[in-house]
Design a protein around this ligand. Structure first.
Ligand code: AMP
Length: 138
């Protein structure tokens, strides 16, 4: 497995070198909105410390991230009055990973509503509004 690349896009978000729509952070983790949302309220949770994915993460990184994933899943479900929440996570390119800093997707879901196809840029103003709804539900 390749080494962690400190120039990956989420590392740049952590260093505030590129913008993001943050919804929650603590000492160990950050949650921010996905720019290509596959459902309304689609967000990502990452550790603040470097690791590529689940395969090289420490138990502490995994525990910290999962605590925030649960918190964000509860908030997103409440904010969107969702029926359920999909949590996705990919490891290495063959596993579907595109950004090589550990991240979990949190997607509020409604009965009978499919996720949108991947790769479509979201509307910035709408993503910002969705972020405010999630923050209010925390
Ligand atoms: P994957 O590595 O397959 O889990 O996919 C990476 C995810 O990161 C995709 O859902 C992208 O839409 C998302 N993404 C990529 N760049 C950014 C960014 N600058 N801000 C927020 N989300 C991003």
């Amino acid at each position: 497995m390749a080494d962690y690349d400190p120039e990956n896009i989420f590392a740049k978000i952590l260093r505030n070198e590129i913008p993001s729509t943050r919804v929650f952070e603590d000492d160990e983790t950050l949650a921010f909105m996905d720019i290509m949302p596959r459902t309304d309220g689609h967000l990502l949770v990452i550790p603040k410390t470097p690791c590529r994915n689940v395969l090289d993460a420490t138990p502490e990184q995994l525990a910290n991230v999962m605590n925030t994933v649960q918190k964000m899943a509860q908030a997103a479900k409440s904010a969107f009055d969702a029926d359920g929440v999909t949590i996705q996570q990919f490891n290495e390119a063959a596993g579907g990973q595109e950004v090589f800093h550990l991240h979990f997707h949190v997607l509020p879901r409604h009965e009978g509503v499919s996720m949108r196809p991947p790769g479509n840029m979201g509307d910035f103003d709408q993503i910002a509004q969705h972020a405010e709804k999630i923050k209010a539900a925390l």
